[in-house]
Ligand binder design. Sequence first.
Ligand SMILES: C[S@@+](CC[C@H](N)C(=O)[O-])C[C@H]1O[C@@H](n2cnc3c(N)ncnc32)[C@H](O)[C@@H]1O
Length: 209
Amino acid sequence: MHTGEQYHNFILSSRRNRRVRDRFQKIALDLLPEGADVLDFGAGTGIDAKAYAAKGHPTFVYEPSTAMCEYLAQYCRDEIARKTMITVTSPLTCKVQAVTANFAVLNHFADHTLLFEELSHVVHQGGFVLANMLNPYYLGDARYSWWRSNVMNLLRRGHYAIESESRIHRFAPRVVTRAAAPHFRLERLIPRGFGLASDPYMFLLFRRT
Ligand SMILES: C[S@@+](CC[C@H](N)C(=O)[O-])C[C@H]1O[C@@H](n2cnc3c(N)ncnc32)[C@H](O)[C@@H]1O
C-alpha cells in the first residue's frame, strides 16, 4: 500500500509520467479562462492543483484517500494557508469552470453515469471536464494475459475490470461518452487513430452542454 508521500515521489520520478502530466496541465491551462475556478477531482497529493493555483486559478481539491490528503496538506500548505487552494470533502460543494481528473481517477468508477450527473451541478454551462484515463487499446499491455483475455469484452461491451486490480476498470471512450450524456459532450479525444495503440493514457475532454 502506498502512502501519499511514496505515491508522490514515485509518480514524479518517472520522466514519462512527468511528460504526460505536463501535456495534461497544458491542455487544462490553455482552456481555462484567466482567473477561472477549477476543481482537481481525485487530486492525489496536489501536484496539478499546485500548478493551477500558481497560474492564478482559485483551485478546489477533492481527494478521498486519507494518505493522499495528509501529504497534500504538507505539499500545498502555502497555497492552503493563502486560500488559493481549498480542500473540499464533497465535489458537490463547488461551482467551477472546470473539473480535472488526472492519472486514472475515473478508472476507479465502474460506471460514470451518476458521476457526470453530479458534475453537471458543479461545472458551469460551457465549462469542461478533462480526464486522463487508462487507454484500453494500449498495445504495450498486450503482453499481459489479462489484456488478451479481455479483448473480446472490450470490443463487445466497451469495458472490463480484471480481478487482480479489483477497483480499476478500463473503458472504451464511447462508454464514458455515453455516461456523460446528456450533460456533457465529448469535444476531444487524445490520441486518436493509431496513437491509441502506442499511448498508455488517453485524455477525454467533455464540454458542459
Ligand atoms: C493515480 S492517483 C492520481 C492522483 C492525482 N490526480 C495525480 O495526478 O497525481 C488516483 C487517485 O484517484 C483517487 N480516487 C479513487 N477513487 C476516487 C473517487 N471515487 N473519487 C475521487 N477520487 C478517487 C485516489 O484516491 C487517488 O488519489
